[in-house]
Ligand binder design. Structure first.
Ligand code: HDE
Length: 737
C-alpha cells in the first residue's frame, strides 16, 4: 500500500467556500493513512497486481463475436461490482461522518479515571457520525426524525463510543420493545410506504398504545426533529451512565453535547421543500463547512450526580424517558470537540464504522437502564450481518489506536497475521502471553454493583409516570415552538387513515396538556375522547390497573434549557446569505454588504437570472454563484436584494426572485433590501405587511430591513441574521404552509 498522504479534494458540487482549509492530522488519521491509496499518477493493475492494458473492451472471439469466459479481467471487474453493496444499518441507515479532535478543559480525575478525561494536554482523535433513524441510506436528510449523534473517541485505553441522539430521551423504556418500535415507524410492510416518515398508521398505532413514548413524542414533534444543520443541534447520551474515579468511587452521569453555534431548526414547510431541492442538505452542509474551515464545534457537558443521590429525584435515573432537568443538576462544560477533517472515502469510513455503546474505557461504566442493557447486545450482533463477520473491528476506521493482542483468531477476512503457536490461555509455551492486565495498570474491571433480586419480567413502578416530563417539555416551549408542535401533530395524525388511531392519540395528548390536545383535535375535526388509551405494556395475565400511568408532581414546571428560543443567537458564522442581483446592480453596496457579512464568517452567494457574470451599473463585472433556476430560498438563511435601477426592474419582473422573497418571508427569515429595491418588495405578497419604518426596534422584531447600505445597515442586518428566524411572524397564522 502506498503511504502517500491523500490530498483533500473538493466535492463535485460547489463548496461553500472555494478556499480549502488545511485538514489536520491526528493519531487516528495517521494510522488511516497507512491504509489509504491515491491513484494520482499511478498505473492500473488487476487485484493481483497485473498491469492492465485494456480496461474498456472485453476479450472476444472476433470483434463482433461472443465474449470469452477466459477474460479474467472482465470477470474480476464485474464480480467485484456485483458484490459492492452491503446491508444498510437496520436503523440510522442514512448518515454523514467527520473526523475531529477532543480537548479537555480541566482534569476530571475527581470523578473518573478515564485517561482522555484526565489529561488536559491530550488531543483525543474522534470520528463522528450523524444520522437520521427511520429512512434508508438514500433518503432525505430533512425527514422529521430523531438524529443520531455517535462519537468515537480513539483513546490510549481503547475506543470509547458515545452513541447518542439529538434528543435526550427515548420512545421506550425497555429494549425488548425496540423491534416493535422500529417495525412501526419503518415503511409499512405491504407496500413499503412511506419512506423516512413517521406520519403513517403503524407508527401512531404503536405510539398511541405506548404512553411511555409521550415525552419523546413531544421532542420528535418539536423543531428539534428538523435541525438547520448537524452543526446546530445538541447531542445526548440519553441513558444515565457511571463515572468511576481511581479510588473506585462511582457517580452517575448524563452526557451532553452543546453546539457552539446554538441550536436552530428549519420550518416544516421549508424541510419538505429542501427534501426536493437538496435531499443531501445536511450532508453537504457538514462537508462544505469542514472543507471551508468553518469547523463544527461542540462542548462536552456532564451532569454529575453523586451515587447517594440516586433516589433524590421524582423520576428514576434508570428510566430513559426522563431527563434530569438542567435546573436541578447543571451541565458542566468539560471539553471541546472540533470536527476538522472530512473522510477520504464515504464507504470505508462512514459506512463501515461500527459504533457500540458497549465500547467503554476504565472510568466509565453502565447502569441498569433496561434500554441500555439491551443495546449492549444489539450493536455487535448487528455488525455481524452488516459487515459480514467477526473481524469488523479490524476495518481501519474501527481499529483502536493501540495495538490489539488477544487469543481471538480466524474468521472471514482476517487481516492480522498473528505469529506464534499459541492462541489460548493459560499457556506455557509462550509464557502465557498476551498477559492479562492488573486493574492498577489499566485492566478493565466492571463496577461492583451489589444486586439482590428475584429474576422477573417486570417494570419498576418508578417508571410509570409518563406524562409529567412531556408536560414539562411542552410548558417550557415558546409560543411559536408550541404552535409548531400542534402543527406537527396535526400534520402527522392527519396522514393517519384510521380514525380510531387519531382518537386514541388524542387520549394520550390530553394527559399531557388539554390545550394542546384541543388544538390538535380541532385540526383533525374530532372531539376529545372520554376514555384514555390502554397501556401497551400490560402482560397477558396482568391487571391493567397495576400498569396504569401515574402522575407525579414535578419539582419544576418550566425548564428554560428545553426551549430553542433561549439558545445562542450571537453569531452568523457559516450562515448562508443570498444576494439577489441582475445586470445594472449597484456594485458598491453589493461589495460592501458581502464584505461585512463575510467578515463575520457568513457565506454569501450572488444569485442572478443567469450564470456567468452580471454587469453592474458602473460596468464592473460581478461573478454569479447560482442562477434562479438552481438556487432556492430554502437553501439560504437570509436574503439581500441589491439596488440599481435596471437590476431592480429585472428582479421585480422575475417570478423566481419574487418567489424567493415570498418563501424567505414565509419561512420567517431575515430579509434586507437596498432602498432602491423597494419596488421588488412591493411585488411580494407580504408587501402589505412591511413595517411602517425600519428603525432598530422594528427591524429586530420584524426581521425586515430596507435602507441605504451603509455600516449601520450592515450591522443591523448581521444582528437580524444572528436571530436566525422571526417565528413571531407566523403568529397571526397568515403564512401559508
Ligand atoms: Fe441504536 N442501534 N438502538 N439507539 N443507535 C443502532 O447499530 C438499538 C438507541 C443510535 O452512526 C444499530 O450499528 C437498540 C438509543 C445511533 O453507526 C443497532 C435500541 C440511542 C446509531 C441499534 C437502540 C441510539 C444507532 C443499527 C433500544 C440514543 C447509529 C446499526 C434498546 C442514545 C450509529 C448499528 C452509527 C444504531 C440498536 C436505541 C443511538 C441495531 C436495540 C436510545 C446514533 O444495533
Amino acid at each position: 500500500m502506498s503511504n502517500k498522504k491523500p490530498s483533500p479534494k473538493m466535492g463535485t458540487e460547489p463548496a461553500i467556500d472555494k478556499k480549502l482549509a488545511p485538514q489536520p492530522e491526528n493519531d487516528k488519521t495517521t494510522q488511516l493513512a497507512a491504509h489509504t491509496l491515491d491513484a494520482a499518477g499511478e498505473q492500473m493493475r488487476t487485484n493481483t497486481g497485473l498491469f492492465i492494458n485494456d480496461d474498456q473492451n472485453s476479450l472476444k472471439a472476433g470483434d463482433r463475436g461472443p465474449t470469452l469466459l477466459e477474460d479474467f479481467i472482465l470477470r474480476e471487474k464485474i464480480t467485484h461490482f456485483d458484490h459492492e453493496r452491503i446491508p444498510e444499518r437496520v436503523v440510522h441507515a442514512r448518515g454523514s461522518g467527520a473526523h475531529g479532535v477532543f480537548k479537555l478543559y480541566d482534569s476530571l480525575s475527581p470523578v473518573t479515571k478515564a485517561a482522555f478525561l484526565n489529561e488536559v494536554e491530550r488531543e483525543t482523535p474522534v470520528f463522528v457520525r450523524f444520522s437520521t433513524v427511520a429512512g434508508s441510506r438514500g433518503s432525505t436528510d430533512l425527514a422529521r426524525d430523531v438524529r443520531g449523534f455517535a462519537v468515537r473517541f480513539y483513546t490510549p485505553e481503547g475506543n470509547f463510543d458515545l452513541v447518542g441522539n439529538n434528543m435526550p430521551v427515548f420512545f421506550i423504556q425497555d429494549a425488548i420493545k425496540f423491534p416493535d418500535l422500529v417495525h412501526a415507524v419503518k415503511p409499512e410492510p405491504d407496500n413499503e410506504i412511506p419512506q423516512a416518515a413517521s406520519a403513517h398508521d403503524t407508527f401512531w398505532d404503536f405510539i398511541s398504545l405506548t404512553p411511555e413514548s409521550a415525552h419523546m413524542i413531544m421532542w420528535a414533534m418539536s423543531d428539534r426533529a428538523i435541525p438547520r444543520s448537524y452543526r446546530m443541534m445538541e447531542g445526548f447520551g440519553v441513558h444515565t451512565f457511571r463515572l468511576i474515579n481511581a479510588e473506585g468511587k462511582a457517580s452517575f452521569v448524563k452526557f451532553h453535547w452543546k453546539p457552539l453555534l446554538g441550536v436552530h431548526a428549519v420550518a416544516w414547510d421549508e424541510a419538505q421543500n429542501i427534501s426536493g431541492k437538496d435531499p443531501d442538505f445536511h450532508r453537504r452542509d457538514l462537508w462544505d463547512a469542514i472543507e471551508s474551515g468553518a469547523f463544527p464545534e461542540y462542548e462536552l457537558g456532564l451532569q454529575i450526580i453523586p451515587e447517594e443521590d440516586e433516589f433524590k429525584f421524582e423520576f428514576d435515573l434508570l428510566d430513559p424517558t426522563k431527563i434530569v432537568p438542567e435546573e436541578l443538576v447543571p451541565v458542566q462544560r468539560v471539553g471541546k470537540l472540533t470536527l476538522n477533517r472530512n473522510p477520504d472515502n464515504f464507504f470505508a469510513e462512514t459506512e463501515q464504522v461500527a459504533f457500540h455503546l458497549g465500547h467503554i474505557v476504565p472510568g466509565i461504566d453502565f447502569t441498569n437502564d433496561p434500554l441500555l442493557q439491551g443495546r449492549l447486545f444489539s450493536y455487535t450482533d448487528t455488525q455481524l450481518t452488516r459487515l459480514g463477520g467477526p473481524n469488523f473491528q479490524e476495518i481501519p476506521i474501527n481499529r483502536p489506536i493501540v495495538p490489539v493482542h488477544n487469543n481471538q483468531r480466524d474468521g472471514f477476512m482476517r487481516q492480522i497475521i498473528n505469529k506464534g503457536k499459541t492462541s489460548y490461555g493459560p499457556n506455557g509455551i509462550a509464557a502465557n502471553d498476551p498477559q492479562q492486565v492488573k486493574e492498577a495498570d489499566g485492566g478493565f474491571v466492571s463496577y461492583q454493583e451489589r444486586i439482590e433480586a428475584r429474576k422477573i419480567r417486570a417494570r419498576s413502578k418508578s417508571f410509570f409516570d409518563h406524562f409529567s416530563q412531556a408536560r414539562l417539555f411542552f410548558n417550557s416551549q415558546s409560543d411559536p415552538e408550541k404552535n409548531h408542535i400542534v402543527d406537527a401533530l396535526t400534520f402527522e395524525l392527519g396522514k393517519v387513515k384510521l380514525v380510531e388511531i387519531r382518537e386514541r392519540m388524542l387520549g394520550v395528548l390530553v394527559q399531557i396538556d388539554k390545550g394542546l390536545a384541543t388544538q390538535v383535535a380541532y385540526g383533525l375535526g374530532l372531539h376529545l375522547p372520554e376514555t384514555l388509551p390502554a397501556n401497551g405494556h400490560v402482560p397477558a395475565d396482568g391487571n391493567p390497573e397495576d400498569f396504569a400511568s401515574i402522575q407525579v408532581e414535578g419539582s419544576i414546571t418550566v425548564s428554560p434549557a428545553l426551549s430553542m428560543a433561549n439558545t445562542v443567537k450571537d453569531t452568523i458564522k457559516s450562515r448562508k446569505i443570498a444576494i439577489l442581483a441582475a445586470d445594472g446592480a449597484d456594485s458598491a453596496s453589493i461589495n460592501q454588504i458581502k464584505a461585512a457579512l463575510e467578515a463575520e464568517g457568513a457565506v454569501v452567494e450572488v444569485i442572478a437570472p443567469k450564470l456567468g457574470f452580471i454587469t453592474a451599473a458602473d460596468d464592473t463585472q460581478i461573478e454569479v454563484d447560482q442562477s434562479f433556476l438552481t438556487a432556492a430560498s430554502v437553501l439560504f438563511d437570509s436574503v439581500y436584494v441589491a439596488g440599481g435601477m435596471n437590476a431592480v426592474a429585472t428582479l421585480e419582473a422575475e417570478a423566481n426572485a419574487v418567489h424567493f422573497l415570498n418563501e424567505a418571508f414565509k419561512h420567517c427569515k431575515p430579509i434586507a433590501a437596498h432602498e432602491d429595491a423597494m419596488q421588488v418588495l412591493d411585488a411580494t405578497y407580504f408587501s402589505k405587511k412591511l413595517p411602517p419604518d425600519f428603525t432598530e426596534d422594528t427591524v429586530l422584531s420584524e426581521g425586515i430591513l430596507v435602507g441605504k447600505t451603509d455600516k449601520n445597515f450592515a450591522e443591523l442586518f448581521i444582528k437580524m441574521i444572528a436571530q436566525h428566524r422571526f417565528w413571531e411572524r407566523e403568529k397571526p397564522r397568515l403564512i401559508p404552509a
